[in-house]
Design a protein around this ligand. Structure first.
Ligand code: AMP
Ligand code: ZN
Length: 472
């Protein structure tokens, strides 16, 4: 498989450090609110990478953190008059729910920054001992110029960085950060302010800097060297550059072999973000579309390309996905009425074509996770299935086509079969229960069932012939 490595700005053949094993670290969200669909892009894209590597037989150790101590969390806690941990715990639960609804697999480990403080202190101590960090008035700074490789990921020249910020030196003095030896130095540990969460450290009570968290958590749960480090492209500088500086200065080995960065989800040509106010939360979008549609929409573009979000594009994704789902349910119907016999020559040819499509799908995914092309291959399979499979075919043949399309969709995290099978029965049962509730004049229960079904995108219609249902 080839992966575009941000470090070399080239597609490189992927070779794991340990054969058959892959360690992936994905920078996770700061948990102070519901996540927006932009935040979901790295989750979906790198979950798909993980699923594909698992399909290829790798044992994947997937680590993604929650940043649960941060200015934004503290601000929210003050606004609501609750503790920071109440805010972060609440939104960790909400993010986990969104992830499950997007069919993003739970990470092997979801470390929380606040639970890893002793290791963070240890790394700061190592950096101080090695001359890469220094303390002033309870703040510990990383001595950026002490790390010769600084700027190698973002391709920034350290002198240019300094020159670009000469004017800010004055401002730093005013804001109290003038104590730094150099403008480029960044915070590893900061002293507490009144009302903020804090931990004891050799430099007094305080809390870790954001960049440090990821260096420490990836080391603990993956090791000194990570196979793949990923996140959104806004993290390249300074976050990932600083992670590299800290980890390589502390551990004396290369930090990550491959760096993968997703492009932005945009709205009207601008990055979707909380600060610009141009965002939709996953929770809100989930009321409008099944979240599987959002996942499919995200994967219909290459992960490094910017992707514009609009209702028209999401509607188009919904229609495309429906074509796949309809083909799968056609196959199921055909299977039910099909014959129990061996495949004939024509059918064997059809299965050979399906196998070719699987190879084509793998080639697309092997080419830097080209999910857009991989989806096109699934459409070719759907087209062939629609035009050639009927209940006259052998059951084994129909089953193989069905399983093959289902398997490829599963790599993309698109649920085709399980839901369709279980859901239909469940829907019927719920409709019956609702009818019974109405007979007993238990309208509250009847309404509850209607709402429950609506949440799944099932619309009920009371007709003279009884209750009819359809997928919205
Ligand atoms: P944050 O909580 O802002 O640190 O973001 C969590 C993750 O979402 C990071 O990997 C960001 O790069 C990513 N992210 C934030 N906004 C967008 C966006 N509009 N498009 C794609 N990725 C984003
Ligand atoms: Zn990080």
């Amino acid at each position: 498989m080839k992966i575009f490595n941000t470090m070399s700005r080239q597609k490189e053949e992927f070779k794991p450090i340990n054969e058959g094993k892959v360690g992936i670290y994905v920078c996770g969200p700061t948990v102070y609110d519901y996540i927006h669909i932009g935040n979901a892009r790295p989750m979906i894209v790198f979950d798909t990478l993980r699923r594909y590597l698992m399909y290829k037989g790798y044992d994947v150790n997937y680590v993604s953190n929650f940043t649960d101590v941060d200015d934004k969390i503290i601000k929210r806690a003050i606004e609501e008059g609750v503790t920071s941990s109440e805010i972060s715990e609440r939104y960790i639960q909400e993010v986990m729910k969104d992830m499950a609804d997007l069919n993003v697999l739970e990470a092997t480990t979801h470390p929380k920054a606040t639970e890893e403080i002793p290791d963070m202190i240890a790394m700061v101590e190592t950096l101080i001992e090695k001359g890469h960090a220094y303390e002033v008035n309870g703040t510990v700074y990383f001595r950026t110029r002490s790390f010769p490789g600084y700027g190698k990921l973002s391709k920034k020249n350290i002198d240019d960085l300094e020159a670009g910020h000469r004017d800010e030196k004055h401002q730093l003095k005013v804001s109290g950060e003038g104590e730094k030896e150099d403008f480029l130095d960044f915070v590893l540990w900061k002293p507490k302010k009144e009302g903020e969460p804090f931990w004891s450290s050799p430099w007094g009570e305080g809390r870790p800097g954001w960049h440090l968290e990821c260096s420490v958590m990836s080391k603990k749960y993956i090791g000194d060297i990570i196979d793949i480090h990923a996140g959104g492209e806004d993290l390249i500088f300074p976050h990932h550059e600083n992670e590299i500086a800290q980890s390589e200065a502390a551990n004396d080995v290369e930090f990550a072999r491959y760096w993968m960065h997703n492009g932005f989800l945009k709205i009207d040509g601008e990055k979707m973000s909380k600060s610009l106010g141009n965002f939709f939360t996953i929770r809100d979008i989930g009321k409008k579309y099944p979240l599987q549609v959002i996942r499919f929409f995200m994967l219909s573009a290459h992960y490094r390309s910017p992707l514009n979000f609009s209702d028209t594009l999401v509607e188009a994704a919904k229609n495309s996905l429906d074509r796949i789902l309809t083909a799968m349910s056609r196959l199921e119907d055909a299977k039910a009425g099909a014959q129990n016999r061996e495949a004939n020559e024509e059918e064997k040819e059809l299965l050979a074509k399906m196998a070719e499509f699987v190879t084509k799908f793998e080639n697309a995914m092997d080419d830097d996770l080209n999910t857009a092309d991989a989806i096109s291959v699934i459409f070719e399979m759907v087209k062939l299935s629609n035009s050639s499979i009927t209940s006259d075919n052998a059951q084994t043949v129909i089953n193989e086509v069905y399983e093959t399309i289902g398997k490829l969709c599963d790599i993309l995290g698109i649920i085709t079969k399980v839901e369709a099978e279980i859901l239909d029965d469940d829907i019927e049962a719920l409709i019956e229960e609702r009818q019974a509730a109405r007979k007993e004049k238990n309208f509250a229960r009847a309404d509850e069932i209607r709402d429950m079904l609506a949440e799944q995108g099932i619309v009920l219609e009371d007709t003279r012939e009884g209750v009819k249902w359809k997928r919205a």
